[in-house]
Structures are given as structure tokens and as C-alpha cells.
Design a binder for this molecule. Structure first.
Ligand code: BGC
Length: 322
């Protein structure tokens, strides 16, 4: 065979194979595949649900998943977990679209923003697929129910905790996961509504971390540089407090800075033990996942379920973490 021909055949095979791998890993990276068809699911399980997390590898969402898996086992549900690698509204809503196209029996998702999430949630409902919002509600949508924290109340409790700890005197910087996410906006609003009653507490800056620990640390550096008068930080989502604590520790300041965090991830609890984080608001992500799946099952069976299902919340301090 002509040498050139062999070369071109080998080259073409290599291109085809590498293109195949690229596509496969691209889809995998996005965690885009709803892997089970409706027919396959029906053969082996009573129901097929999809849980869509804001980030696939986020430790907070892994806790939601653990609870959801426990309930799924109890009720013979085939549960899939999918989510963007990094928080991304477009990808998140596309995943909801894909779950609708795969004709799953039920969907659990956050309702992060009204404009983008309402149309897809309502579309699922109009196709007969019940949606329960977890962690972040979208009251304006046709979702069947909400399971999660009362986020406005959680923000208020953080405001009260800060006011008490600082004797009503503080310059506060806020690191918030996402500026336009419903749950975090409610937390910030609750916080602001409380501290409004304290004339000597002032919020001097607010930045977004994109729910990333690294970005939370970066934003904290910048805020410390631009506002050296800051005496307290409020981190509104699970990884913010950890990022803030890293940056404050590195800055090695003379004055004490009080850090108020969200969630009781392992690292947050360790930082609280080391007195780097002053207080944190404990949510119940496991319970959200557990109740979310259980309520979806009840809905499938035609039983009425409450629209609003608040999980418990509590501000915890070092003493109570032992
Ligand atoms: C919030 C979630 C968010 C997570 C990010 C939690 O505090 O409730 O909505 O996705 O933080 O790490």
C-alpha cells in the first residue's frame, strides 16, 4: 500500500478517536448526562427522580445528596444527581430541561433566580413532572412545594447574633455567594433589616464570591485593603466563611475581626474550634434532601403535601460545637 495512504488512514483514525474522547469527557465534565431512560427506570424502580445541585462537587450539596439517597433507598426510588461543575445558571436550567426531556418522574432543584428558573420549573409542571424546590425557593413558580431554610429568618438571626456579639457597634463587610440568588438575597435582606435598628452598625462593603472559597478569600483581601476599618465579616454561603477566615488569618491583623459564617461543614467547625470563625448558622442540608425525596414520593402517590416545609436553623458558637 502506498505509504501516504497508510499515513492518512492512521491520521484519520486518530482524529476520529480523539474527537470521540473529547466529546465524551466534555459531556462528563459538565455532568450533563441524565443516564437512565424512563423505560429502564420503570423496569427496576418505582420512581425515577433527578436531584440537580448548584455545584456537583460542593460539600454542602453532597450533604443534600446523602439525605436524598437515604430516602430514595427507603422508597425504592432511582435517584440521579447532576449539576454544573461550577455554579452556572444556564447550565443548571439546561439540566432541568434535560430531565424534562428524559421524562423523569420528579425533579428536585433550587429556584435560584426568578427570570431563568420560573419558565423551566413551570414547563416541567405543565408536562406533568412535579418539581420540589430545595434550599432555595421560587414562590412565584408552579413548584409543588419547598423544603429548606427560611432564608430571610436565617439572615435576621445572623444580624441579631452580630449585634449581640459586638454590643451594637461594628463596621461590617459582607461576602455573599451570588448577588442575585434568591436565598442569599433573602439572607442579606434579613441581616440588613435587623442591623438597621443599630445606628452604630454599618455595612461598608459587599462583594460576591461566586460561591467559591478562593474567590471569597480574594474578595476579603480586597475589602480589608480598601476598608481597613472593618471589624466583622458576614459570609452568606457555605464556603464563604472558610475563605474569609483564610484571608483574615493571612493578613495577620492586630485587631480582632469577628467572622459570621453559614453552614457547619467540617472545615467551618474546625475554624470555629480554632476561634477563627466566631459563629455560624447551621442549616440542615441532609434533612432537605431526605424530606425532598420523601415528599416527592407522596406527591406521586397522590397524597397532599404542605407547600412550605422549613427545616430547622440555629446559630452555633464554639462552645456548642463540642
Ligand atoms: C446555600 C446553598 C449554596 C451553598 C454554596 C449554602 O449555604 O444554602 O444555596 O449553594 O451554600 O456553597
Amino acid at each position: 500500500m502506498n505509504k501516504n495512504l497508510v499515513f492518512y488512514i492512521v491520521l484519520s483514525v486518530c482524529i476520529v478517536v480523539s474527537f470521540g474522547f473529547t466529546c465524551f469527557y466534555f459531556m462528563k465534565a459538565l455532568n450533563y448526562t441524565v443516564t437512565v431512560t424512563a423505560e429502564q427506570a420503570k423496569l427496576s424502580h418505582d420512581y425515577h427522580f433527578v436531584l440537580i445541585g448548584q455545584e456537583f462537587d460542593n460539600p454542602y450539596h453532597k450533604k443534600v445528596l446523602e439525605g436524598a439517597q437515604t430516602a430514595a433507598k427507603e422508597h425504592d426510588v432511582l435517584l440521579e444527581f447532576i449539576g454544573p461543575k461550577q455554579t452556572n445558571i444556564d447550565e443548571h436550567t439546561k439540566l432541568i430541561e434535560m430531565a424534562i426531556a428524559a421524562r423523569v418522574d420528579g425533579i428536585l432543584t433550587q429556584g435560584l433566580t426568578n427570570r431563568e428558573f420560573k419558565p423551566v420549573i413551570d414547563k416541567a409542571i405543565s408536562k406533568g413532572i412535579p418539581v420540589i424546590t430545595i434550599d432555595t425557593d421560587l414562590e412565584d413558580s408552579r413548584r409543588v412545594a419547598y423544603v429548606g431554610t427560611n432564608n430571610y429568618e436565617a439572615g435576621k438571626q445572623m444580624g441579631e447574633a452580630l449585634a449581640e456579639a459586638t454590643n451594637g457597634e461594628a463596621k461590617v463587610a459582607i461576602v455573599t455567594g451570588i448577588l442575585y440568588a434568591n436565598n442569599l438575597m433573602e439572607r442579606v435582606q434579613g441581616f440588613l433589616d435587623v442591623i438597621e435598628n443599630y445606628p452604630d452598625i454599618e455595612v461598608v462593603a459587599m462583594e460576591s464570591s461566586n460561591i467559591s472559597q478562593i474567590q471569597a478569600a480574594e474578595k476579603t483581601y480586597q475589602m480589608l485593603r480598601n476598608h481597613p476599618e472593618v471589624t466583622a465579616f458576614f459570609g452568606t454561603s457555605a464556603l464563604d466563611g472558610i475563605g474569609i477566615a483564610q484571608a483574615v488569618t493571612k493578613a495577620n491583623l492586630q485587631e480582632d475581626i469577628l467572622i459570621f459564617a453559614f453552614d457547619d461543614l467540617e472545615e467551618t467547625m474546625e475554624l470555629m474550634e480554632q476561634e477563627k470563625i466566631f459563629a455560624t448558622l447551621k442549616q440542615e442540608p441532609y434533612e432537605m434532601g431526605y424530606q425532598g425525596v420523601s415528599l416527592l414520593v407522596e406527591t406521586m402517590k397522590g397524597q397532599p403535601i404542605p407547600k412550605i416545609n422549613y427545616t430547622s436553623l440555629e446559630v452555633i458558637y464554639k462552645e456548642e460545637s463540642r
